[in-house]
Design a protein around this ligand. Sequence first.
Ligand code: KIV
Ligand code: ZN
Length: 524
Amino acid sequence: MTEQTANGAPEQERVLIFDTTLRDGEQSPGATMTLTEKLEVATLLDEMGVDIIEAGFPIASEGDFEAVREISKVVKNAVVCGLARAGAKDIDRAWEALQGARRARIHTFISTSPLHMKYKLQMEPEEVLEAIARSVSHARSLTDDVQWSPEDGTRTEHDFLCRAVETAIKAGATTINIPDTVGYTAPGESAALIRMLKERVPDIDKVVISTHCHNDLGMAVANALAAVEAGARQVECTINGLGERAGNAALEEVVMAMRVRNDIMPWRTGVDTTKIMQASRLVSRITGFPVQYNKAIVGKNAFAHESGIHQDGMLKHAGTYEIMRPEDVGLTASNLVMGKHSGRNALRAKLRELGFELGDNQLNDVFVRFKALADQKKEVYDEDLLALMTEMHSDAGSDRVKVKSLTVTCGTLRPSAVLTLEIDGEEKTTTATGDGPVDSCFKAVNQLVPNQARLQLYQVHAVTEGTDAQATVSVRIEEDGRIASGQSADTDTILASTRAYVHALNRLMVRREKRAPDAMAKGA
Ligand code: KIV
Ligand code: ZN
């Protein structure tokens, strides 16, 4: 894959970026996305130059199937990929969902570690090899682009892993992905595993080797980069490192590491890094998963300099304390303050800087809310606008339940709330008392929307400084193992709390319709 540049210098080898935010990322408890949200993420991933978008697990639910089908229709450049277990039904369903894609890939997998084969699959190793041959050949009869993964690959015995990979290649796999399913490996071991496969498996040079690392020990990105150093040429990753348990390797970290340390990691990706912040904010807003302040590349503090010595150095030369420029990841230098005299065009420009491209109707809606906010607060900062966009999003038109009005009494009296909700188009009002204003509001919601959900998290965060600051509220609830989160922002913390709770309940209703895929049946 080494090519020539215009000036004749050899071009660096390309590492393919395979994004699985919409599949592995969405499997993260509480990170459910609606179809519209998935389409928004897929469109941005495509625009930013991701090579392969894993759009979902079509057999898992009607929702996943529909998402893969619709994403296939809108993605222009990237390969769209659907996940399937080793059974023909799974593979056929994935292929059916991918029909509208310009370029489609089937990704099929089966466990190969002794633990998984014995307890999860209850299959003998020879049966697993047969299932690999059968499933990959079947997928290959449908498309030329077939990826195969040995689940729990890093805990698989080497001899058996070599036989399994060889079987998949013989059956027609074009990409072999090695998952560190439980985030168990370490960088040296990750590289050694890829080298071992390259040395021992016949024809492995005819396929693309891929790496898929989970972050249980905080080494996902390091493990992925080590695998690349050893010869992997596809990295599976997610925006903000979203994913099962501690998440996957973070796309932004993998891509920026190769770019900033290109002197020691001489590979190129096709990702437009200036879209990284936009993607990070979008995924955070949609899932309700906040990005930790000190998160590499996309955290709020990633480019902030507080100490006097650092600030002094930065003023003299930015390179003293910054190894990459904020604008390289799409962060704008200015934090232009907006206020009630700011006009529509200024708001549009500011939102564009923050990564929101709005049509005229959307801009009108945001402008009305912006004016209301500017009346309450003298100065509106970037953070306020981001919170406002979150609020607009959590107030999505498709929600079945909406907050219409709320009056709360609190202080020295027993706190109480009078709440009106619109539920499936019909307005209903109730009154509730509780241990504090938020408790009263949540009880009122529960009277109008009966549910068994248990509150797992209630978190309030002031967006900016000052007593007039907006509060963003995050709520996470759980019902029968299903987790849903909601977010809202307002200068009124109680109202934001009630809306966040209602938002979470709306998402729980969507989640109820999703069915987890059954454990792999023997011989499936
Ligand atoms: O972590 C894992 O093993 C996976 C596979 C389906 C590739 O996500
Ligand atoms: Zn995974």
